[in-house]
Design a protein around this ligand. Structure first.
Ligand code: 5GP
Ligand code: ZN
Length: 115
């Protein structure tokens, strides 16, 4: 989608600090972190939110869950514990309408932060 900020990041048109990339998925640091580690993991495919996911995306949705856990492992926040949040719709605080998972963690290593 041409005016989607995450599609632009995925295409390399806007810079971001990537932590993961494969054929289907990307993970990059959130520009405004709400936890010591705050990464956005998402399919490259432009889907607006869970509200626009259908049966054809079952495999992709499974893949994104496995990816978010693998990124948590890669960043060393899996053992300490992490949260995964998906905002769906403006009423839930979604600001960017390209389906993404917020991976939040690292509190045990950063005492100044509240879980
Ligand atoms: P949402 O509220 O849609 O679930 O989350 C959007 C997230 O994207 C927010 O946490 C926001 O900080 C992040 N974000 C917005 N614009 C950019 C950007 O240009 N680069 C990066 N890395 N993150 C962004
Ligand atoms: Zn997009």
């Amino acid at each position: 989608m041409t005016d989607c900020i995450f599609c632009k990041i995925i295409k390399g048109e806007i810079p971001a600090k990537f932590v993961y990339q494969d054929e289907l998925m990307v993970g990059f640091y959130d520009i405004s972190p709400k936890a010591p580690v705050h990464v956005l993991v998402m399919p490259k495919k432009h889907l607006e939110s869970l509200r626009s996911v259908n049966d054809g995306e079952k495999d992709l949705m499974g893949e994104v869950i496995l990816t978010v856990h693998n990124v948590a492992k890669k960043l060393g926040i899996d053992k300490g514990g992490y949260k995964v949040v998906i905002n769906n719709g403006e009423g839930a605080g979604q600001l960017v309408f390209h389906l993404h998972l917020h991976l939040l963690g690292g509190w045990n290593k950063s005492p100044g932060w509240q879980v």
